[in-house]
Design a protein around this ligand. Structure first.
Ligand code: NAP
Length: 262
């Protein structure tokens, strides 16, 4: 059985929607006080409303991960509101699609600015507070796309998700003497509000490519993040955890067809 995380505090970037909101929900249910950030006040308000009254408190701040000063403000706010900071979930991300031959320098810059540099800035800003906590935890939301798989239209996105892991391995070493662990969750296809709009036929096709025959839930990712945040995971650092229902396992479409032929 894992020890309680009640009373710990966390920042979840991109916590207003999707996976970030799922992480925030798992955390507040576990008694962790959570500050969620994103660029959109209305979405933050909606999530705070939905997740209030749980075991942990939830508060929100408009902050853009591409701006280092916003990340510093987010850390200062969490420390002020909760008396310290124990966990950072670098989760905010964007995934615009564009084929390699059509990508502009701006397209590439934007994806790297949010997904890669945004990850670096929030972690940099939090190092002192996480050191003071004595058991600092960083959990990065990467992806199977890039580190393990490819998908047409996502050269830049895949590169940004791999960049997070290249960063993580040295950051984990540098922060180990401060008792801070740095790990990453690699989600497969996770059911979010955005994905729900793609329609049932599309979702059924996606689920059919996954051995467990279902898309992941945001709670599946939240639970993996919660594990990395525990004291029991304190000897794990610089590692990745794929949470994908076995999506990366089939060596061919035939392998999946074979699985469900009767
Ligand atoms: P989502 O539902 O679109 O949520 C993204 C969140 O990030 C929102 O809160 C968004 O709020 C915030 N965000 C975007 N740009 C930001 C910025 N510059 N500064 C601060 N916040 C920003 O996406 P999601 O599917 O949950 O994805 C979350 C993470 O999971 C991403 O890193 C993504 O790469 C990863 N992931 C997702 C899946 C999946 O199947 N869903 C699979 C693998 C990996 P605002 O736009 O209002 O700022």
């Amino acid at each position: 059985m894992f020890g309680s995380l009640e009373g710990r505090s966390a920042i979840v970037t991109g916590g207003s929607k999707g996976i970030g909101r799922g992480i925030a929900e798992v955390f507040v249910n576990a008694g962790i006080n959570v500050l969620i950030t994103s660029r959109t006040q209305a979405d933050l308000d909606r999530t705070v409303g939905a997740l209030s009254g749980r075991k942990g408190q939830i508060t929100a701040l408009v902050a853009d991960v591409t701006k280092p000063e916003d990340s510093r403000t987010a850390v200062a706010t969490a420390v002020e509101q909760f008396g310290g900071l124990d966990i950072v979930c670098a989760n905010a991300g964007i995934f615009p699609s564009g084929r390699l031959t059509e990508l502009t320098p701006d397209d590439i810059e934007q994806v790297l600015a949010v997904n890669f540099k945004g990850t670096v800035y929030i972690i940099q800003a939090a190092v002192d507070a996480l050191t003071a906590s004595g058991h600092g935890r960083v959990v990065i939301t990467s992806s199977i796309t890039g580190p393990i798989t490819g998908y047409p239209g996502w050269t830049h996105y895949g590169a940004s998700k791999s960049a997070q892991l290249g960063f993580m391995r040295t950051a984990a070493m540098e922060l180990a003497p401060k008792n801070i662990t740095v790990n990453a969750v690699l989600p497969g296809n996770i059911m979010t509000e955005g994905l729900a709009e793609m329609g049932e036929e599309y979702l059924d096709r996606m689920a059919a490519a996954i051995p467990t025959r279902r898309l992941g839930s945001v709670a599946d990712i939240g639970n993996a993040a919660l594990f990395f945040a525990t004291d029991e995971a304190g000897y794990i650092t610089g590692q990745t955890l794929v949470v994908d229902g076995g999506q990366v396992l089939p060596e061919s479409p035939e392998a999946i067809a074979e699985l469900y032929q009767d």
